[in-house]
Design a protein around this ligand. Structure first.
Ligand SMILES: Cc1ncc(COP(=O)(O)O)c(C=O)c1O
Length: 402
């Protein structure tokens, strides 16, 4: 516990943690089960191409999410590309800028123009009230992102999509095992795409999946995932290689067995953060609706500098020095990244809430690698920093000039 400013690592004190604490450190299930599955896989010599583990994972995930089809993929980015293409998206697609760059890249990669829409500052998700003014004759779809696992306003998006005859797909990379109005994310819109990347709540090393209730779409996605093959020697369309390997599926099946434990640990951690960070002026921990199922994978803070006296970047600087590797997702917003910044240099004018949020948001470590006492220490450090915001701010600016 830091007692005076000199003890802060950014001013020469000893870091709070001997080893770095990462955001998105992988959750790892039962090693013995994973090793047993890998042994089976090697014995079978069936390493990829729709193997038994991939099939089993697809069945289990479809049933978990109450969706007709699950198509496992090598990652979510390729899954987004294949889904957009299978849905026939072209021209322009409306998408938030407050997301990981892959959401927009998956469109741009196919020469579909992402049209950035602002977000609701409370939910951090695409704001349905701002979509219709962005629709043009070239618009073919809406791509919503369930940021932090908190579902978009699915009903509002659905009704806009129906009114304008647009396709609706979701980037559900964050929303594994989360519900919206009691219904598992996975079955909304025309299709939803999940990421099973190592940093995600549920991981298969690398991986992802598309969920859909549409038979025809599922068939097209399966074909495209496998180079456009419709039979042993029959190729009926241009496709790519989006297949999930057996070793990834083995990890996915193993992760699935520990789902309840992962959620419980993340919920416990979230609770510890909520208690430790309560009533700090200028600091807000985003909340999760307790009536829904949540995976609590993201500990997201908003720093209001005018109230706290400390900026988000100053807080990140303090935390990094203590080896707490907080992140600034999704700074600076996809519209500020290339090629989008060059294509739409004025995008920020229609994205005021995105601009504000990218300047004040940060994420803290959580997951099975973190203990409650660690979290209490992190919270005490943050509280200390805000209680001493004025002298810290001053010392940091002097240091900056040196
Ligand atoms: C919102 C979002 N979309 C897409 C992706 C891309 O997923 P993947 O790494 O599986 O391609 C990620 C994270 O990596 C993400 O956070």
């Amino acid at each position: 516990m830091k007692k005076n400013l000199k003890e802060l690592a950014c001013f020469g004190g000893t870091p709070l943690f001997p080893e770095p604490l990462h955001v998105g450190r992988p959750n790892i299930g039962n090693r013995d089960h994973l090793m047993a599955r890998i042994t089976d896989m090697l014995d079978r010599r069936w390493l990829t191409n729709d193997g038994p583990f991939v099939k089993e994972l697809e069945q289990r995930l479809a049933s978990l999410m109450g969706v007709k089809h699950c198509v496992a993929m090598c990652n979510a980015t390729v899954a987004l590309e294949i889904t957009a293409r299978s849905l026939g998206l072209r021209g322009e697609v409306i998408v938030p800028s407050f997301t990981f760059v892959a959401t927009a890249h998956a469109l741009q990669w196919q020469e579909i123009t992402p049209v950035f829409c602002d977000i609701d500052p409370v939910t951090h998700n695409i704001d349905p009230r701002k979509i219709e003014s962005l629709i043009t004759p070239r618009t073919t779809g809406i791509l919503g992102v369930h940021v932090w696992g908190r579902a978009c306003d699915v009903e509002a998006l659905q009704s806009i999509a129906e009114r304008h005859k647009l396709k609706l797909m979701f980037d559900a990379a964050h929303a594994f095992a989360c519900t919206h109005n009691g219904k598992m994310v996975g079955g909304f819109g025309d299709a939803e795409v999940f990421s099973f990347h190592a940093t995600k709540f549920f991981n298969s090393f690398e991986g992802g999946a598309v969920m859909t209730n549409n038979d025809d779409l599922a068939r097209k996605i399966r074909e495209m995932r496998n180079f456009g093959f419709a039979g042993v020697d029959t190729v009926i369309n241009v496709g790519t290689n989006g297949k999930m390997s057996e070793v990834s599926a083995a990890m996915g099946l193993t992760s699935l067995e520990s789902l309840d434990e992962f959620i419980e640990v993340n919920r416990r951690n979230y609770q510890a953060y909520a208690e430790g960070l309560a009533n700090i002026a200028g600091l807000r921990l985003i909340d999760y609706d307790a009536r829904e199922s949540n995976n609590y994978q993201y500990i997201v803070l908003e720093v209001d500098e005018s109230e706290s006296g400390l900026s988000r970047d100053e807080l990140v600087h303090i935390l990094h020095a203590e080896r707490i590797l907080a992140r600034r997702y999704f700074y600076p917003g996809v519209h500020q990244m290339e090629p989008y910044h060059s294509y739409f240099p004025n995008a920020r004018l229609v994205l005021p809430e995105t601009e504000k949020l990218t300047g004040k948001v940060l994420q803290l470590p959580t997951g099975t690698a973190l203990s409650v006492p660690d979290i209490q220490d992190i919270c005490a450090l943050i509280r200390f920093s805000f209680e001493n915001s004025a002298p810290i701010h001053e010392l940091l600016s002097i240091k900056d000039k040196e």
